[in-house]
Design a protein around this ligand. Structure first.
Ligand code: SDX
Length: 428
């Protein structure tokens, strides 16, 4: 049999030859798109073994703990690149020359302000609204303002939408925080770096000059780099699915934010800190390890495990180093870090976690760094969404650039009632 064909034997002495498609890295895929003509669909709830698309943006090898963005290892990008440099790479496929970067950065800076009417959306929220609720709502509402970015079939609309989202997400994210603490919104400052400007909008006040701490600025930029993209995760797949119907980019990103909010996904960093606070001290760790193993207990160790990584998440390794740098520089003594480090040690030696290949993931350390920087727990997933916006937009752009892309519309295994006649209420 040709090594690029999979032969599927079917009942009734039938069979079908399915083409095998090869990528540049990773698993080959069996193209099952013609299976319908034989009267069958495939069945893969949660898409554990299903490739939904062809992509050239990010490659993950879960067994080896490898993460590449356009071929560049995350370890090199996290230590030698910057978030805006990575944004250019994810969006356009190549690292920018100095001139190209300067032009890109200038354009990003020209879109950091939001329409002044956006302020009134915040007036409608309760002060104690979850920042993710506000971020999701306001991001979707951008569709009401930027009419020259809504036509997904117009390349110039797609380009300006990408810039507006990368530029405005920090501004909106900081507005969510300022609104929740009752402080005035701080305008963007184009004399600062992307991360420095975000810190300024978060922590500056009109009362005094705000100085960006270079260690915190570098840690913030690294957190953005480490969360920027991650292949076809739940929120990116949500953005692709929404975008496949032709929905405008702001609506698609709002859908991605909603999906990321879940505690099994981007909400895990917030849930991880809450878990560490609930555990409270090192001596209570064994009790929680047992809860995590108990099949009847819904408790899971937040920040552990991953659908793809069955080895250490390479982002967690970099995040762990950054965590220690920040705490050392800021002279923060955080008892939760002691709990986190002991939890990591115990979990990595425990047979249950070893057998199930459950390692700390990116969310395990990011929460501790953000807490040390002064970011409230409720804002952790907002920062994840801020960073992941460029990944979502890159996948949305890649999908629309692919000729012949179709609306995504999975099928199902129907297990409901067969056809039956209606019975009027007086006869039931
Ligand atoms: C992110 O997809 C991405 O790329 C996501 C992300 C990105 O950058 O976009 O990397 C970001 O979402 C990271 C993951 C953050 N989530 C958490 O930290 C929440 C805790 N982790 C789990 O909920 C879980 O590990 C998932 C959801 C991350 C992955 O779940 P899977 O792949 O569906 O695996 P599973 O739930 O089937 O677990 C396999 C086994 C199960 O035991 P069995 O049924 O086989 O006996 O491992 C157990 C699970 O019970 N298990 C855990 C566990 N995670 C899985 N047990 C205890 N604690 C955990 N954290």
């Amino acid at each position: 049999m040709a090594d690029n064909i999979a032969k599927l034997e079917l009942p009734g002495n039938d069979s079908i030859d399915l083409p095998i498609k090869k990528g540049t890295e990773g698993f080959d895929v069996i193209d099952i798109s013609t299976l319908g003509k034989k009267g069958y669909f495939t069945f893969d709830p949660g898409f554990l073994a299903t490739a939904s698309c062809e992509s050239a943006i990010t490659y993950i090898d879960g067994e080896q703990g490898i993460l590449l963005h356009r071929g560049y290892p995350i370890e090199q990008l996290a230590t030698e690149s910057t978030y805006l440099d990575l944004c250019y790479l994810l969006l356009y496929g190549e690292l920018p020359t100095k001139d190209a970067f300067d032009e890109f950065e200038t354009t990003v800076k020209q879109h950091t302000m939001v329409h002044d009417q956006i302020v009134y959306f915040f007036r409608g929220f309760r002060r104690d609204a979850h920042p993710m609720a506000m971020l999701c709502g306001v991001t979707g509402a951008l569709s009401a303002f930027y009419q020259d970015s809504l036509d997904v079939n117009n390349p110039s609309h797609r380009k300006i939408a990408a810039f507006r989202l990368v530029s405005k997400m920090p501004t909106i994210a900081a507005m969510c925080y300022k609104f929740s603490v009752g402080q005035p919104f701080i305008y963007p400052r184009n004399d600062l770096s992307y991360a420095g400007n975000f810190l300024s909008m978060m922590f500056a006040t009109p009362c005094e000059e705000y100085k960006v701490n270079p260690v915190v600025e570098k840690a913030m930029d690294r957190i953005f780099v480490l969360h920027a993209d991650h292949e076809q995760n739940a929120s990116t797949s949500t953005v692709r699915l929404a975008g496949s119907s032709g929905a405008n980019p702001f609506a698609c990103i709002a859908a991605g934010i909603a999906s990321l909010w879940g505690p099994a996904h981007g909400g895990a960093n917030e849930a991880c800190l809450q878990m560490l606070e609930e555990i409270g001290s090192v001596d209570r760790i064994p009790e929680y390890i047992e809860k995590a193993k108990d099949k009847n207990d819904p408790f899971r160790l937040m920040g552990f495990g991953h659908r793809v990584y069955k080895n250490f998440d390479p982002r967690a390794k970099v995040m762990r180093e950054t965590c220690h740098e920040v705490l050392q520089e800021l002279k923060v003594v955080d008892p939760l870090l002691d709990v986190a480090m002991e939890l990591e040690r115990i979990a990595l030696e425990d047979e249950y976690f070893i057998s199930k290949k459950l390692y700390p993931n990116v969310d395990f350390y990011s929460g501790i760094i953000m807490k040390a920087i002064g970011i409230p727990t409720s804002m952790f997933t907002v920062l994840f969404a801020l960073s992941r916006t460029v990944g979502w937009i890159s996948h949305w752009k890649e999908m629309l650039d692919q000729p012949g892309h179709k609306i995504s519309r999975p099928r199902q295994l129907y297990t409901g009632d067969s056809a039956r006649d209606f019975v009027s209420v007086d006869k039931r």
